[in-house]
Design a protein around this ligand. Structure first.
Ligand code: GLU
Length: 418
């Protein structure tokens, strides 16, 4: 499948092959479980504010269709490619399977720079991209959600474009919508809140206390900022955070309220007067109790893995750690990893709740959402930890094995058609 060639896709395949080897999945079945079922590449023409038309490449990869409709986010970022999206779709499959959601994985994206687009250009791009995908998405087919560079407003435009085409409101076509349009309470906070919950569980296992624990967060977007906030609420000290422009560090702990005020003025964490400037690379190597990579893939590599100095590595991002870094981290029992498909699963879990609420037109309180979210994460965490202990494998290998095994079993149970 050369069309997917990309370092991130190679990385997802490398992880899969290790698990397939362990589970002894036969060669033909291996290919069936591994490669995306179908992928769409679309050209998205957008009229820019200056009157020119610019064409953006858009992608949607639906990884497998064996357990229900496909599910996963949409990324608007300059580096988006088919291969990257395919890798992210694979990870969505294992994540949904690990948390027992009735979905296959999907991911999509448009190669564009949202920071350089006006609100009007963003809206036209989103609507035209949706238009190109109308036959291939829907509440029973494929349900997009926010990811890097997209948000509730993006989902509202998708829902409106799709609904206009069908002649009636179809809220279940996307999740992560504004609550007013059929979004779920607690969806926006879900991923970060899940990271916070699982860090708490890892601390229980390790006999650590959240109070006074030091936390470094790479990426202060929707995931990183909520994770930091929920850990701070339990008494942890957030000593460093960063974004695409750089990082800030204060060993005494950052005042998140002051930081929020700075952020709303400048749209970046850099330049915050109550902290020192550091680079993203330096942040990853800070001594701390918990390191939360919550930005993009392939941040922890063989080059910096020996120098990571955290006790818990909680992967808020998808694919932040490369397989060659894993080889090094496997030799470091001082680091407890909460792997991405577990650590950041809170988002898609509450997306599932949003979809269920939309299909039933019956909405839950935030307390119900949070309670059900923590129950699902608790089960997935316990199963992963027990599997890791019993099989004497890493937490990543355990989580991937549980997810991949479920997809493999589903394909065997359904059989091959015709
Ligand atoms: N983009 C998020 C993820 O990577 C959420 C996907 C969803 O809610 O469908 O898990």
């Amino acid at each position: 499948m050369d069309i997917y060639r990309h370092p991130t896709f190679d990385m997802a395949c490398e992880q899969f092959d290790l698990v397939a080897e362990r589970l002894q999945i036969g060669q033909v079945e291996r290919e069936r479980v591994k490669f995306p079922k179908r992928s769409f590449v679309v050209a998205v023409p957008v009229r820019m504010d200056d009157g020119r038309v610019q064409v953006f490449p858009g992608y949607r990869v639906q990884h497998h269709l064996s357990l229900g409709p496909t599910k996963g986010g949409l990324r608007f970022h300059p580096d988006v490619t088919l291969g990257e999206v395919a890798a992210l779709a694979m990870w969505m499959s294992w994540k949904c399977a690990l948390t027992n959601l009735p979905y296959g994985g999907a991911k999509g994206g448009v190669a564009c720079d949202p920071r350089k687009l006006s609100a009007g250009e963003m809206e036209r791009l989103t609507r035209r991209f949706t238009q190109e995908l109308i036959p291939f998405i829907g509440p029973q087919i494929d349900i997009p959600a926010p990811d890097v560079g997209t948000n509730e407003q993006t989902m509202a435009w998708i829902m409106d474009t799709y609904s206009n085409h069908h002649g009636h409101s179809v809220p279940g076509v996307v999740t992560g919508k504004p609550v007013n349009l059929g979004g779920s309470l607690g969806r926006r906070e879900a991923t970060g809140r899940g990271v916070g919950y699982l860090v708490g569980r890892a601390m229980d296992v390790l006999g650590m206390d959240t109070k006074g624990a030091t936390i470094a967060v790479q990426g202060y977007g929707n995931v990183g900022s909520v994770a930091a906030g929920s850990l701070a609420k339990h008494g942890a000290r957030i000593i460093a955070v960063s974004d695409q422009f750089g990082g800030i560090h204060n060993a005494k702990g950052l005042d998140l309220n002051l930081l929020e005020a700075h952020l709303s003025k400048t749209r970046t964490v850099t330049g915050f007067s109550e902290a020192d400037a550091i680079t993203n690379a330096e942040l990853l190597e800070l001594p701390c109790d918990v390191l939360v990579p919550a930005a993009l893939e392939r941040q922890i590599t063989a080059a910096n893995a020996p120098r990571i100095k955290c006790r818990i590595l909680a992967e808020g991002a998808n694919g932040p750690t490369t397989p060659d870094a894993d080889v090094i981290l496997d030799q470091r029992p001082d680091i407890f990893i909460i792997p991405d498909i577990l650590a950041n699963a809170g988002g898609v879990v509450v997306s599932y709740f949003e979809w269920v609420q939309d299909l039933q037109s019956f909405f839950w309180t935030e307390a119900e959402v949070v309670d059900k979210l923590f129950r699902i994460l608790e089960t997935a965490f316990t199963q992963t930890l027990n599997y890791a202990k019993q099989e004497k494998v890493s937490m990543r290998m355990a989580a991937l094995s549980l997810g991949i095994r479920r997809v493999w079993e589903a394909k065997k149970q359904r059989g091959l058609f015709p």
